[in-house]
Each structure stands twice: as C-alpha cells, then as structure tokens.
Design a protein around this ligand. Sequence first.
Ligand SMILES: [Ca+2]
Ligand SMILES: [Ca+2]
Length: 191
Amino acid sequence: MSSVSMKYVELVYSDGDSVAIVRTIKPLDAEEIKMSADALYYSVSCVRGPKNIRALYILDVNDNSPIFQSKSYSVTVSEAMTVGSNVLSVTASDADVLMDNKRITYSILPPDEFEVNYDPQMNACNIKLAKPLNYNNAQQYNFNVEAKDSQYLDVSPVSSGSADGEEGAATETPDTQSTETEDTETHSITL
Ligand SMILES: [Ca+2]
Ligand SMILES: [Ca+2]
C-alpha cells in the first residue's frame, strides 16, 4: 500500500481464513486523497500469489464552505476617482474537489454609488464605482459581500472610504486601520 492508502485502509484476516477484508481506518477525505492521486490505490497479495492492484475512487461530498481570502475588506477611494474604475476585487475559494461542490456565487448589495460584476476567469467579484463620490455627502460606506456554494455561506464585511484628494486610485488598507479620521487632509469614506 502507498503511504496515503495506509492512512485510510487496512487488511483484516486471520490465519486460515479464506477471505480477507479491506476496511477503512478513518473517514475518507476526498480533498486529501485528490492531492496525490485520482483514487486511493492499494494492492493485496497472497503468499505465493499474484498481487491484486485495486483503485478506490472517492466520491466527493460538499463539506467545505467557501472562504474569503480576507476576513474583511477596507479600501479608501478618492472622490476624484473616475466612474467605472475598479474599487476593489474580492475572492473566495472552496477546498472541495467536485466543481458542483466548489462552484461559488457571490452576492453583494452595495450602495448605489457602487456596482458589482463577476470575473469568471479570476473567480472574483469586482466592485466598481458607479457614481461620482462626494466626501461632503458621505464619508463611509459599509456592506457585506457573501460567497456561497450550493450549501454553505461565508460573509465578509467591506468598508470603503472616500478621500477628498486629487488622486484617482483606490488604496487598499489593512483591516485594522481606522477609516475614521479627523485629519482634513485624509478624509475618507469607508465602504
Ligand atoms: Ca463546498
Ligand atoms: Ca469535499
């Protein structure tokens, strides 16, 4: 048996038995087995008998939730940013093996100032600016983004701040950084 197979199955028999049983030692894990091969391969042989090679194909079940790359997202946006610009991309991943068990759909209900589209190639959700920001009207936006497979859900809060500077780019900031500021040079709207 391979080292992976020996973790999962064992041969049970007694001297004189005409039948031996291959049984599992612990629950099969499709994710771990898939990392080394497409099946659990092992062989059984009798004394002076031929080796009997076997393949145990594991049917994946949906036992992993999508997980966002970040527990939360925070970004500061200049109110000079051009409408249509990308503000933030969020991505989640799912450790399951079968596509039916790891296909992710995203759900976001952002404020009107932002719009969302899905990038299938990157498996990411892009949040774009839909309306010009005005720091005097709103300094902070908060909403949740959800990633869901057919059964499980992960939710990550997104906060976006608007700076009143001249810059047109979005600046991603660490989650721990406060988006509230009294510094008039770095006003921010948090989304
Ligand atoms: Ca899953
Ligand atoms: Ca699985």
